[in-house]
Design a protein around this ligand. Structure first.
Ligand code: SAM
Length: 205
């Protein structure tokens, strides 16, 4: 039962388990996301994409720390897109938020569409990190930042979670290496050892 519920973290579906996971991700990832967002100043960014937006809470977090940004969200799960859309209904009406169903491996955005891309608790499920990071690089403007934030970042944690969830766990240095290979520079690594949280940022120069 627990395994069935947690398997929805990979791609939430329209079942009760999917709804529970989407609701709990919005609640449970809040502290981690706020910590990650404190590691890079996004306040002046104008076009931000939250990749793998889940229940949509991080979209509203991004709106709250920026002035006039337009925040986009994408997720390959229709249930995530539905929940994110409901969660940000007012801001979508105001034209400040746009949410689409899309896979990170095949983004329809034009080159250099965004000045920031964020990815919270999602790269565990991306199909090919090197290729997917290159796709993020493509859609970023020069000077744009890619911010990755995860709470599971060690082999020890991986052992615990992989019993329940089909996922790939990356250390902070693995993420930094994938960013470098994709073309990013000025890479900064942050960690919070108490919780195992990590945040890695890279710039498209
Ligand atoms: C654990 S949830 C995290 C959601 C949200 N970012 C948060 O921090 O609460 C992972 C999300 O990434 C999405 N996802 C996983 N692989 C994806 C892919 N290849 N393309 C787009 N979205 C993806 C899942 O559908 C799910 O909504």
């Amino acid at each position: 039962m627990l395994k069935h519920i947690l398997s929805n973290t990979r791609k939430p579906d329209s079942s009760l388990s999917g709804s529970i996971i989407l609701w709990s991700m919005n609640k449970g990832h809040e502290k981690l996301a706020r910590w990650g967002l404190s590691k890079y100043d996004l306040s002046n960014k104008k076009f931000i994409l939250d990749a793998g937006c889940g229940g949509g809470k991080n979209i509203s977090n991004l709106l709250s720390i920026t002035q006039n940004a337009c925040v986009y969200g994408i997720d390959y799960s229709s249930a995530s897109v539905k929940k994110s859309t409901e969660f940000n209904k007012k801001e979508i009406k105001e034209g400040r938020v746009k949410i689409f169903q899309a896979d990170v491996s095949d983004l329809f955005f034009e080159n250099e569409s965004f000045d920031a891309v964020t990815a919270f608790e999602t790269i565990y499920f991306w199909p090919s990190l090197c290729e997917n990071f290159k796709e993020i690089y493509r859609i970023l403007q020069k000077g744009g930042v890619f911010l990755v934030c995860n709470e599971i970042s060690s082999e020890k944690d991986a052992e615990k979670w992989k019993k329940y969830i089909d996922m790939s766990v990356y250390t902070k240095s693995m993420i930094a290496d994938f960013m470098k290979t994709a073309g990013f520079s000025d890479i900064n690594i942050h960690s919070q050892p108490k919780n195992g949280w990590i945040c890695v940022t890279g710039i498209k120069n």
